[in-house]
Design a binder for this molecule. Sequence first.
Ligand SMILES: Nc1nc2c(ncn2[C@@H]2O[C@H](COP(=O)(O)OP(=O)(O)OP(=O)(O)O)[C@@H](O)[C@H]2O)c(=O)[nH]1
Length: 559
Amino acid sequence: MSTPSTLQEKLNELRLRFIAQLSTRIDATINQWQQSAGSTEARAQLAPELHRFFHSLKGTGRSLGFERLSALAHQGEEALTALPVPAHIDRTIERLLEALVQEQAYLEQHRSQATLPASFNAVEFGAGQRNSRQRLIYLCDDEPEQVTQLLHHLRCFGHEVIHFADTQAFFNAVLSRRPDAIIMDVQFPQGNTAGTETLTSLNRLTGERLPAIVLSAHGDFNSRLSAVRAGCSGYFTKPVKPLDLMLALDELTTPLDDEPLRVLVVDDDPAAADYHALVLEQAGMTVKRAHHPAEAFEALDYFSPDLMLVDMYMPVCSGEELATIVRQQTEYVGLPILYLSSETDRQKQLTAMNAGVEGFITKPVAPEELVSAVRLRAERLRHLRSLMTQDSMTGLYNHSTTTDLISRALVQAYRDDAQHAMAMIDIDHFKDVNDTHGHLAGDQVIITLARMLKTRLRVSDIIGRYGGEEFVVLLKGVSADTAAALIEELRQDFEQVDFNAGSARFNCTFSAGISAFPHHPSTEALRVSADRALYRAKNRGRNRVAINPDESDDGADDE
Ligand SMILES: Nc1nc2c(ncn2[C@@H]2O[C@H](COP(=O)(O)OP(=O)(O)OP(=O)(O)O)[C@@H](O)[C@H]2O)c(=O)[nH]1
C-alpha cells in the first residue's frame, strides 16, 4: 500500500483504522455490561467507564465524520448523566449498544467508501514545516567584479544563489521557480532602468510583490523612483558593502521564528489524538502525542511544548487535574493549555477553566479553527519566552538558556541512545578588533558570526552566545569528527568575510574546540573538554578547529 501524502489521505486512513478497532471497543463494553447484569452495585461501578466510552465515541466519531455513530453515543452519554436517572435506563443502554453494533457492521461493510465529509475537502495548509534557514536568492547583475564578491558572501551565509547576467533569463527563471528574495541591478544594456522594469512586469504578471533589493551605480531620483514603483524594499548604491546587503536580505526573508511550534496533545483515545495531531502537523507544527497524563507530565520536560492540548475526560485523571499539576510547577506557569472536549455544558466548561487554562475547544473542531487557536496562543508564548531566553544583540540563546537546553537534549539523547557533539567557538584577537576598529565594528563581527552559525547549522542544533565573543553549539546526531569537519568549513568561510569600519576593510578568524557525547556524559563535562580543545587551538596559533585526541573516531590528534 502506498504511503498517504495529503491531509485527506491521512485522515481517511485514520477513519479506516478507527472503523477497524471499533468492534473490539464495542464488544469489550458489551462484555462488561453483560457481566455486571443483575448487580446494582456492579452497574454503578461500571457507569463512569461506560460514560467515558460513549463520550469518547461521540467526540472522535464526530471529528472523523461518523455522524450517526456520534449521535448514538451522545444518547448514551445523556442517559448516563441525566438526573433523575431515567426509567428503564438499562433497556436504553442495551438498545444503544445494539444500535452501535449495527452501525459498526454498516461502517465495516462500506469501509471502501469511507471518505471525509465535504467540509474537510477544502482544507489544505501552507507549505508546512520549514526546517531550513537557507534561502533561494536570485542575483541579476552584469558587473563581474561585484557579482563575484556578492556570490561569495551570500554562499558564506549558506544561501543558495543563482546568478543571471541578463534580465530575460532572470524573467523566465522567476516564472518557473519563485525565489525567496531578489537582488537586482538597475542598469542593463537594454536601458537605464531595465532591471526595475523587469521587476515591475513580473509583479504585474504574477499579481505579487516579489521581495527585491536594488543595486545601482546611481542614486539619482529617477532610478530610485523606478525601484519604489517596482515594489523594492531596499536600494543600495555601488560599491555595496556585502554585510549591509546581508542584513537587508535578512529583514526581507527571515520569518519571526524558524522553529516549528511544538504542541503536546494529551488524549487517552489514540484515534482522537491522531486526528488532532495530524491536523496540526499538516500546518507545520511538531506534535507529541501522550495517551496517559503521566506520559504528558514527563514529555513537558524533554519535549518542551509551546502549548498543551488536553482532553478533558481521561480515565486516570481529568484534564483539569492535569492542568492543575502542570500549573503547580513554576516553569510551566505560563504554558498555554487548551482543553479539547465534546463537553458543551457552559457551566462545566467554566468550572474546568478554574485550573487557569487558556481556553476551551469544543469537538468536533474545524481543522483551520484548531490550527488558528493553537498558533495564536503558542506564538504569544514563544515571543514572551524569546525575550527571556535570547541574547538581544544576536538573537541566539543566552548563556543560561543554552546550558538548560543542552542538558535537556542530553536527557533525551540517553533515552534515544544518540550521539551529539559540542563546539566552543571563540573569535580570535577580538580585543584587537575593538581596539583598532571600534566597538561597533566588533559588534558587527559578533552579529555576523551568529548569523552564519544560524544559517549554516541545522534548526535542531542548539546555538548559544556563551559570553562576549564566545559561542557554544550542540550539533545533534553527529560524531566529534563530523562536527569538526562542519565547523572547519564554517571557519574557512568566516575568514573570507570582509568587514568594514569607516574606510578600513578587515577580516576576522575564530578558533573552536570540539567534544563528544556520550564520551563526555554531562553538559559540564562536554563544556570542560570542548574548552580544553579550544585552548589547544588557540595555543597552536588560532584560526583552527581542535578535538582532544581521545574523542576523535580514530583516536588520532586532529592536527
Ligand atoms: N564589541 C564587542 N566587544 C565585546 C563584547 N563582549 C566582549 N567584548 C570584548 O571582547 C574582548 C575579548 O578579549 P579576550 O578575551 O582578551 O580575547 P581575544 O582578544 O579575543 O584573544 P583570544 O581569544 O586569545 O584570541 C574584550 O576586549 C571584550 O571587551 C561585545 O558584545 N561587543
